[in-house]
Ligand binder design. Structure first.
Ligand SMILES: [Zn+2]
Ligand SMILES: [Zn+2]
Length: 308
């Protein structure tokens, strides 16, 4: 594939730093929000066809035969290969991808939008599905960056009332623009206090990369609430009070990216004009500066590299 656009995900930064317990393959080209045109196909490949625009997601390949794959949970395949982590990714002019695991980008979607939808979009779309968000729910979204700004929108599409929590006021303004009705700056106020005043969160989607945010989310849950862990802090643990989890019947679930079908649905929603991507464009040569800016919280939502 000839890459047109490639989004910068926080995972790329963790990969570059070797932050996580599972280390990336080295040397490595990171990037798993790649969008581009098929340049050549291998022998026997029926789809996609040469010239077609496709997206290359984190789930670069799964076996298709294990119990998770055949049950619709290819994202949990133990043999999966991850783009920009276990195999070379999309922050490059060209990438080799598995034909069965690229997803067609519908005509009319701007490639600059398609890139962030390929990880930030599908990951939060899946988290909102996993949280079984419904129209009368109060949904707390912790962290309003690349992922969180999409989580706010998918929760709104599901009909929920959304409260957004971040430590930057400009991100909270963005969350309001995107449909959040309440916001909390967690560097000044305790979000769990407001959440409890509102009756507690039926669902919380935690995309923040600080363990403290996970503890605050838990403290703000309504009885029977569903807390979905999405963010992956370098500091890997948070304290979970067992007593409150048991007595309040709280569900705690992890959610990692989404399937090819989830991504196709994400593209469908965007084609219908129901989501908006907040992004800023850079050329690939600026990747090191862009990573620093993301780490400093200086980027509203997503950096997308434009290679065209
Ligand atoms: Zn990602
Ligand atoms: Zn499998």
């Amino acid at each position: 594939m000839r890459i047109e656009t490639s989004g910068l995900c926080h995972t790329d930064i963790h990969a570059a730093h070797g932050d996580w317990p599972a280390k990336p393959r080295l040397p490595l080209v990171p990037g798993h929000e790649g969008v581009g045109l098929v340049e050549r196909v291998g022998e026997g490949v029926a789809a996609p066809r040469v010239g077609q625009r496709v997206a290359v997601p984190w789930l670069g390949w799964a076996c298709g035969a294990c119990e998770w794959c055949i049950d619709g949970w290819e994202t949990l395949c133990p043999d999966q290969r991850n783009t920009g982590y276990g195999r070379d990714g999309t922050h490059a002019e060209f990438v080799v991808a598995s034909a069965r695991f690229v997803v067609a980008v519908p005509e009319g979607i701007d490639p600059l939008d398609a890139a962030p939808l390929t990880c930030a979009g599908v990951t939060t779309y899946k988290a909102v599905k996993i949280a079984r968000v419904g129209p009368s729910d109060l949904v707390a979204v912790f962290g309003v960056g690349g992922l969180g700004h999409m989580a706010v929108q998918y929760a709104c599409i599901a009909g929920a009332t959304v409260i957004a929590i971040d430590v930057h006021d400009d991100k909270l303004d963005m969350a309001r623009d995107l449909g959040a009705t309440h916001t909390v700056n967690a560097s000044m106020d305790d979000p769990d206090i407001l959440l409890r005043e509102l009756g507690g969160a039926d669902a919380a989607i935690v995309t923040a990369v600080s363990p403290r945010a996970f503890e605050q989310a838990f403290a703000g849950m309504r009885r029977g609430g569903r807390m979905v862990l999405v963010g992956l802090p370098a500091d890997n643990t948070f304290t979970l009070p067992i007593f409150q989890t048991v007595l309040n019947g709280i569900t705690i679930t992890g959610s990692i990216v989404g399937t090819r079908l989830d991504l196709a649905e994400v593209f469908e929603l965007h084609s219908a004009g129901r989501t908006r991507i907040v992004r800023t464009t850079r050329c690939l040569e600026e990747i090191n500066e862009a990573m620093k800016a993301v780490e400093a919280g200086d980027i509203d939502a997503r950096v997308v590299f434009d290679l065209r």
